[in-house]
Each structure stands twice: as structure tokens, then as C-alpha cells.
Ligand binder design. Structure first.
Ligand SMILES: Cc1ncc(COP(=O)(O)O)c(C=O)c1O
Ligand SMILES: N[C@H](CCC[C@H](N)C(=O)O)C(=O)O
Length: 438
């Protein structure tokens, strides 16, 4: 459960009234809940407690410095995919030996930066990358610790095609059948190949695909150990699901997933390996909402179109993946309760008050929508909507397309809040171009 509930008709983040907050700080606005972030990290730790993994929060899901700092202070390591994310991780106070670095296209500059920072491990995605890391490590007289990201050819049935990464048709990892020989001791002068990494995509709603992937990992482990190599770490990636709509509450719980996966991995723990997991959305998605105000409501040919002040530049997921995000006005009658109880409560209020609308943004793209034909209570101009589950892959994927400034981010702690990223200004849009116009 997360920290976003209605109290007498007004949505609150923990103890903060979001109607007043939106009034004060303006919209669009991201609001995150500290207690939810901390509780989700703890649930992750509890779910996997028997194997005690290093939990590396996936920075790309939510990269705000204050949020990273909060998670690092609560004991999280970080999973990064770029030099920029390493920079963020270090600023947030992460210890280098808790940082793992994935990504199919690591540049010379990024590898050099990671080596100089002394990160824990590179999750290597190609033989070319291995050779490149080896050469750079030799140049700087250091050693690199590497996990091979295998492509296990495991495709989760329910993961959307664009976010499935474990199948053979995707660009990710090294085919497992080509991986074993990379563990041969002494193959590289300055690289120690010490780990097996896999990440099969996200979101993944039950344990079956993880178990299929672990079967592949175990076979590889057997093969490389028989050939005389030592494997120190096994990293099963992230992908654990979040709640995007009430029906997701019925999916396998994180506790259950963790228990089943850990039980399967326990046998490998006895072989002396340490585990790593890389959760992103399962920690951050439900820890954030996006508040957006209705600018206009217009009658289309055959439907009502609600135009809000946030667009696909701020929350790309519906456009890019057809992703579903629950949304609801932040003031709703006298309703009290968690947002996942809303649809039921509205039916019992009066079904007739719901009417299907398209909720769209101001960006000049047909694909700029948050919901099509979505039944919502009757809205008026200047109403504010909360778009739920917007703590992951929302602000971190936001852009300035159409020269729109990116919104502010606020972190709520109990009855208090802090602005943890200021709303951009027009000057921010052009700052890197000004010197060229003289
Ligand atoms: C290598 C890797 N690890 C972890 C994650 C985190 O996935 P999720 O946010 O679904 O947990 C991703 C997804 O972006 C990833 O590519
Ligand atoms: N890179 C991730 C998927 C990111 C999807 C994210 N951008 C979203 O909005 O859902 C993965 O490999 O599983």
C-alpha cells in the first residue's frame, strides 16, 4: 500500500493536502511520499531476506537526487545505466562499491568514469564491451569486476513487447550459449569475470519467468564452475511489478514472489555466491503521483475531450507503451479511503456520475494522451486530476519537447513537504544555446 489516500474528499500524500499543495505550487507537479519509498525498500528486503541480496535501486526509474539520497541512507545500492547516473549516484552519497552499471552501449568516457569511481561491477552486454573495459582498465592500471549479462531467451508472457528484455529477439545481453567461455580464468588481463547477470524485462507479475531464468543461470553456473572458474555474484535484475490499477492488487504479492524466488536461489547461496537485485518501479512507481489541472473541456465529434496541463513530455508511458495509469480528481465528494478503492466506491455512489472522456495533453502530437474513453466523474475546467503510479519512469523520462518546462518535484514527509526539484523556467530551455546567438 502507498501513502496516497482521500480524507473527507481530498487526496492526501501522507498528511499533506494535495489540493492546497497544487494551489500553492502550481501544476503539473510530481509529489512523492517518503514513507512509501522507505516502506517499499523494506518490503523488498523482507521479501528476499533469506538470501540477503544487495538491493540496487534502479536509478532510471526515478532519478531525483533527494530520492536517491533517501534510499541510499536506508541502505540501498544503485543500478545505473550511464555516466550521468553514476554522477547522480555519487552525489546522492552512494558508496561506489554498491553501484552496478548496466547498458548495451557504454562509451569509453563512461567506462573510464566508472573505473575511476571504483564501482562494484559492470554488467557487460557484449564481447566488444568486455574488450573495451579490459583495454581501459589496463590503461589506468586497475582491474574491473564484471558480470556477464546473459540473454537467457526467457520471454515473460505478460510483459509488454517494448519492455521485455529477456527474449532472443531483443538487443540485451550475450546469448547464454556464447557466455560460458568468457569466464575462462586469465582470458582478460585486467578484467575479472565474476558474476552472472540477467534482467528479463518489466513489469513481471509472477515468479514463473524468474524461475525459468534462474534455471538458465544455474546451468551456466554449473558449466563455468566445471571449467574451473569462480562465480561470486548472481544478479537477477529488476522488473517486480507495481500497482497501476486496482486489479493489479490481485497479482502475486512481492512477499510471495520474493519467497518463491529466494527459495529457488537458496541452493545456489550454498555455493558461495552473493545475490544482487535491481528493483526500480516496485519501489518508486507507487511512491509518486502527478498532479495536473484541467485547462479546457471541449466537445469532439463523438466524445468529450479533457485537456490537461501535463503532456506526453512529462509522462510518456501511455503514449509509448499504451500503459494504463489510474487517474481521478483530487477532490471527490466526501470519499475517504485509498485510491485503489475508487472505482468501486464511485459505482456505489452513482454510476451515472461517471462519463467516458479522453484525457489529453497540450503537446502537438496525436499520441499525446493519458487515457482514451476513460470513465471519470464529471469534470470542470480548473479541476485537478491526480495521475497515480507516476513515481517511476515519469519524471525520469520527461523532456522539454514543444519547449515545455519540466515540472517541480516535491517530497512529502508526514505533514511536511520539500521541493526537491524546482520547476524549470524559460531560461532553462535556452541556457545552452544563448552563447551561439551572440
Ligand atoms: C538492467 C535493468 N535492471 C533493472 C531495471 C529496473 O526495472 P524495474 O523498474 O521494472 O524494476 C531495468 C529496467 O529499466 C533494467 O534495464
Ligand atoms: N528498461 C526497463 C523497462 C523500462 C520501462 C519503463 N521505461 C517504463 O516506463 O515502463 C527494462 O528493461 O525492463
Amino acid at each position: 500500500m502507498d501513502g496516497f489516500s482521500y480524507k473527507q474528499g481530498v487526496l492526501h500524500a501522507e498528511g499533506v493536502d494535495l489540493e492546497s499543495l497544487a494551489e500553492k505550487l502550481g501544476t503539473p507537479l510530481f509529489v512523492y511520499s517518503t514513507s512509501t519509498l522507505a516502506a517499499h525498500l523494506k518490503s523488498m528486503r523482507d521479501a528476499f531476506q533469506t538470501i540477503d541480496p544487495l538491493i540496487c535501486f534502479s536509478v532510471k526509474s526515478c532519478s531525483n537526487l533527494s530520492i536517491l539520497k533517501l534510499l541510499v541512507e536506508q541502505g540501498a545500492g544503485l543500478d545505473v545505466v550511464s555516466g550521468g547516473e553514476i554522477y547522480r549516484a555519487l552525489l546522492a552519497g552512494a558508496r561506489p562499491e554498491t553501484i552496478v552499471f548496466a547498458g548495451v552501449g557504454k562509451s569509453v568516457q563512461e567506462i573510464t568514469y566508472a573505473l575511476q569511481a571504483g564501482i562494484y561491477q559492470f554488467n557487460v552486454e557484449s564481447e566488444g564491451e568486455l574488450a573495451r573495459i579490459d583495454a581501459i582498465a589496463a590503461q589506468y592500471g586497475c582491474r574491473a569486476r564484471v558480470s556477464i549479462r546473459i540473454n537467457p531467451d526467457v520471454a515473460d508472457r505478460d510483459t509488454p513487447q517494448k519492455t521485455a528484455t529477456g527474449g532472443r529477439q531483443t538487443k540485451f545481453g550475450i546469448p547464454v550459449t556464447r557466455s560460458a567461455r568468457l569466464y575462462a580464468p586469465g582470458l582478460y588481463g585486467n578484467v575479472d569475470v565474476v558474476g552472472i547477470h540477467a534482467h528479463i524485462g518489466s513489469p513481471i507479475h509472477d515468479s514463473a519467468s524468474y524461475l525459468a531464468c534462474i534455471d538458465v543461470i544455474e546451468k551456466l553456473l554449473d558449466e563455468v564452475e566445471q571449467a574451473g572458474a569462480t562465480v561470486e555474484t548472481i544478479n537477477i535484475g529488476g522488473g517486480f511489478a507495481a500497482i497501476y490499477e486496482a486489479s493489479d492488487c490481485a497479482s502475486m504479492s512481492l512477499q510471495e514472489m520474493g519467497r518463491i524466488i529466494s527459495q529457488r536461489l537458496l541452493g545456489l547461496k550454498a555455493r558461495g555466491v552473493r545475490f544482487v537485485i535491481e528493483p526500480g518501479r516496485s519501489i518508486s512507481a507507487n511512491a509518486g503521483v502527478l498532479l495536473t489541472r484541467v485547462e479546457y473541456i471541449k466537445e469532439g465529434w463523438d466524445r468529450q475531450i479533457v485537456i490537461v496541463d501535463a503532456g506526453m513530455n512529462i509522462l510518456l508511458r501511455p503514449t509509448l507503451y499504451g500503459a494504463h495509469h489510474a487517474m481521478w480528481p483530487i477532490r471527490y465528494g466526501h470519499f475517504s479511503g485509498h485510491w485503489t478503492h475508487l472505482s468501486t466506491s464511485s459505482k456505489s455512489d452513482s454510476h451515472a456520475t461517471l462519463s467516458p472522456v479522453d484525457v489529453v495533453g497540450p503537446i502537438c502530437e496525436t499520441g499525446d494522451f493519458f487515457a482514451l474513453s476513460r470513465p471519470l466523474p464529471i469534470l470542470s475546467e480548473r479541476d485537478t486530476l491526480a495521475i497515480f503510479s507516476a513515481g517511476a519512469y515519469a519524471m525520469s523520462m520527461a523532456s522539454q519537447y514543444n519547449s515545455k518546462v519540466r515540472p517541480a518535484e516535491v517530497l512529502v514527509i508526514g505533514e511536511e513537504y520539500r521541493i526537491v526539484r524546482h520547476r524549470e523556467r524559460f531560461e532553462d530551455l535556452v541556457a545552452r544555446e544563448m552563447d551561439a546567438i551572440g
